[in-house]
Design a binder for this molecule. Structure first.
Ligand SMILES: Nc1ncnc2c1ncn2[C@@H]1O[C@H](COP(=O)(O)OP(=O)(O)OP(=O)(O)O)[C@@H](O)[C@H]1O
Length: 312
């Protein structure tokens, strides 16, 4: 069955076969390998509904979401609400509803609001990965496409749990650029270090703004890190992650926070002497993380503490 056969339009109403929930389609949010996602109005308000073309994949995603709905602490991934079947034009499809994440794709957010948010998002992500790993899973297919930024305060969230794999098995899904096997830097065994490699690659992509080909090998990757001032700062942590030297996400998170604190505290004095520096040189588009959020360079250290607070 193809996604093309799942073609709902705004205003369509569908009813769950077993739980009899009624859902009015507001708009289509997107489409993945395993199904189509709609924003729908339910009795409980707006929710995201994923309708699948393969019941087994939908069931497997439901199992993962269900597992993490019970995990202590903040929700890992979107909260799962209902799983059921639906009849569309004579065909039965499996679906589930989940928390609607009203956010922006991570790369568009960084483009619009500034790449200085990237380290904060990586630190947040590492906190979530640590909890996932402690529960015995790895995310697997970590990439910007599976990450979203929700607001107030900006927070990175993941939503596609299709690649989430129990530790010790082979990762279910991967995307070459973020996969250590592709770069010749390890195998595809589901273990924390697999996700940490991908997290480092996501960060490099977030800062660099583009992907480059893995055919150029690890040397190019490391040259990229050395040559970009915003990546160079995090080089020790990135290199360790790329070479599988972190046992757990918490270690990488601590290193990233320490490097972030070092980088921002170095920035503080120079910002005070910027009166004669051309505006273009000092601030790129959206380079207002600290200024806008905290209102002054002397509060840079406070910003670190504030953001650490947001990710605990
Ligand atoms: N809970 C959600 N809240 C808001 N939007 C969502 C949610 N889940 C998915 N989406 C949107 O729907 C799109 C499709 O999501 P989905 O998880 O099916 O696949 P994908 O990650 O894009 O692809 P694939 O599964 O092939 O890797 C996403 O790109 C995202 O924009």
């Amino acid at each position: 069955m193809k996604n093309a056969s799942i073609n709902l339009t705004p205003g369509d109403v569908v009813r769950g076969k077993w739980h009899q929930g009624v859902y009015r389609v507001m708009r289509r949010l997107g489409e993945g390998a395993t199904g189509v996602v709609y924003l729908v109005e339910s009795a409980e308000g707006p929710v995201a509904m994923k309708i699948g073309n393969a019941a087994a994949s939908i069931t497997s995603e439901v199992n993962v979401l269900q597992h993490f709905s019970k995990a202590p602490g903040d929700q890992l991934g979107p909260a799962l609400y209902v799983s059921d079947d639906v009849n569309i034009q004579g065909e039965t499809y499996a679906f589930y509803t989940m928390e609607y994440m009203d956010g922006a794709p991570v790369l568009s957010f960084l483009e619009a609001r500034g790449r200085e948010w990237a380290p904060i998002f990586l630190v947040q992500l590492l906190g979530d990965l640590d909890r996932l790993h402690q529960a015995g899973w790895v995310f697997g297919d970590l990439k910007p496409d599976n990450l979203m930024i929700t607001e107030r305060p900006p927070r990175i969230r993941w939503f596609d749990v299709g690649g989430t794999t129990l530790q010790g098995r082979a990762v279910k899904e991967f995307t070459e650029f973020y996969d250590r096997g592709t770069w010749g830097l390890g195998d595809r065994k589901a273990e924390p270090a697999y996700d940490l490699f991908a997290a480092a690659m996501v960060f490099i992509h977030m800062i660099n703004g583009e992907r480059f080909t893995h055919r150029d090998g690890v040397e190019l990757l490391e040259r990229k890190i050395f040559s970009h001032p915003r990546l160079r700062v995090y080089q020790p942590a990135l290199k360790r992650a790329l070479h599988g030297k972190y046992r757990d996400a918490q270690m990488m998170r601590k290193d990233m926070m320490a490097l972030y604190a070092k980088a921002t505290s170095k920035e503080a004095p120079s910002r005070k002497t910027t009166t004669h520096t051309p505006r273009k040189q000092r601030r790129k588009k959206g380079g207002k993380l600290v200024d806008a959020a905290l209102g002054g360079s002397f509060l840079l250290l406070a910003s670190v503490l504030y953001w650490i607070g947001q990710v605990m």
